[in-house]
Design a protein around this ligand. Structure first.
Ligand SMILES: Nc1ncnc2c1ncn2[C@@H]1O[C@H](COP(=O)(O)OP(=O)(O)OP(=O)(O)O)[C@@H](O)[C@H]1O
Length: 302
């Protein structure tokens, strides 16, 4: 494939009436990267994605998608990009296989490919089921298969895991990882920070139309330099003893547990091991939710 990033957006700005939905957004996504746009409802994720896909015109700013401008409607790009919309649009009364065949026919894709896509998203046994009779998770997976059926280089997914139960979400993670393993560039939005942390190579955290931070999840968390919390069952160790352990910065207690905050977990854990108090112990490090709190001063609410 070509040189340069798969996607580059620069200075995107979009308002709806008085509301500024996207307020100066710039980022680049490399080929093969799994890139997440994160943030609470209304942060501007969908609008940013739609502009990147060429479905919406920005008021200002530019987009290069696979080296081309996606707006106005760029027919040369369509076979090279896959778009899963937030409200999936299926054809009426078709089975899972027929839905895929219909999308595939638009791009001249054969039925072998359709079978492969059903397999990829774990719907082979639902091939003959009408789309309306699929569960929410199955329908999400079908819509991802539709976005992939013509073997695009870049795949855009808007909250593919929204409104799924935990098991269906995990199944979909496996599908997304497999898509990336096939060399695709994935640009997706989610309001699940924990999910983005495990799936994405890099994330942009958005709030009120702006990107507040952009980096690998692990690096964002590390740069926060937040304390690690070591949590013991209440009664295992008296608080006054915990306070003087090597590495213990502060100690708090509630009904069930005693929590030791530390920036040097190793000596603290060795000291706890020497005292035989490792049973039931939990270690919690910072997460992207802590990063969001640090950036915005408020708790993250999806
Ligand atoms: N077509 C539209 N007309 C008017 N306002 C809109 C339109 N689309 C989005 N908005 C508003 O723009 C802001 C950003 O919306 P957007 O859908 O981009 O955010 P989002 O981060 O994707 O949120 P969600 O997770 O709820 O989809 C919101 O306040 C939304 O209400």
């Amino acid at each position: 494939m070509g040189i340069g990033p798969a996607l580059a957006v620069s200075g995107l700005y979009k308002r709806y009436g008085d509301l500024v939905a996207v307020d100066g957004v710039s980022f680049e996504v490399s080929e093969g990267e799994f890139f997440g746009i994160l943030g609470p409802n209304g942060a501007g994720k969908t609008t940013t994605l739609e502009i990147a896909e060429g479905l919406r015109e920005p008021d200002a700013g530019s987009v290069r998608l696979l080296g081309e401008a996606p707006w106005p409607r760029n027919l040369a790009l369509l076979p090279r990009i896959g778009v899963q919309l937030q409200a999936s649009a299926f054809f009426e009364r078709l089975t899972a296989r027929e839905q895929l065949e219909t999308f595939g026919a638009l791009y001249g894709v054969g039925s072998a490919r359709v079978g492969e896509m059903l397999e990829l998203v774990g719907l082979s046994d639902k091939a003959s089921t009408p789309e309306a009779k699929l569960s929410g998770g199955q329908r999400q997976r079908l819509s991802i298969a539709c976005a992939l059926v013509h073997d695009p280089d870049v795949v855009f997914l808007d909250e593919p895991t929204a409104a799924l139960d935990p098991q269906a979400r995990r199944n979909l993670w496996d599908v997304l990882r497999e898509v990336q393993a096939r060399g695709k560039t994935i640009v997706y939005t989610t309001h699940y920070l924990d999910e983005a942390e495990v799936l994405c190579d890099r994330v942009a955290i958005m709030d009120h139309g702006r990107i507040l931070a952009l980096d690998a999840p692990a690096r964002l968390v590390r740069d926060l330099d937040a304390a690690t919390r070591v949590i013991l069952e209440r009664g295992v160790l008296p608080a006054e003893q915990a306070r003087v352990l090597p590495g213990a910065d502060s100690v708090t207690e509630d009904e069930q547990s005693l929590t030791i905050s530390t920036r040097t977990a190793a000596p603290l854990l060795s000291a706890l091991a020497e005292r035989g108090t490792l049973g039931g112990l939990q270690v919690r490090t910072a997460t992207l939710e802590d990063v969001f709190l640090d950036l915005t001063g408020r708790e993250y609410r999806a």
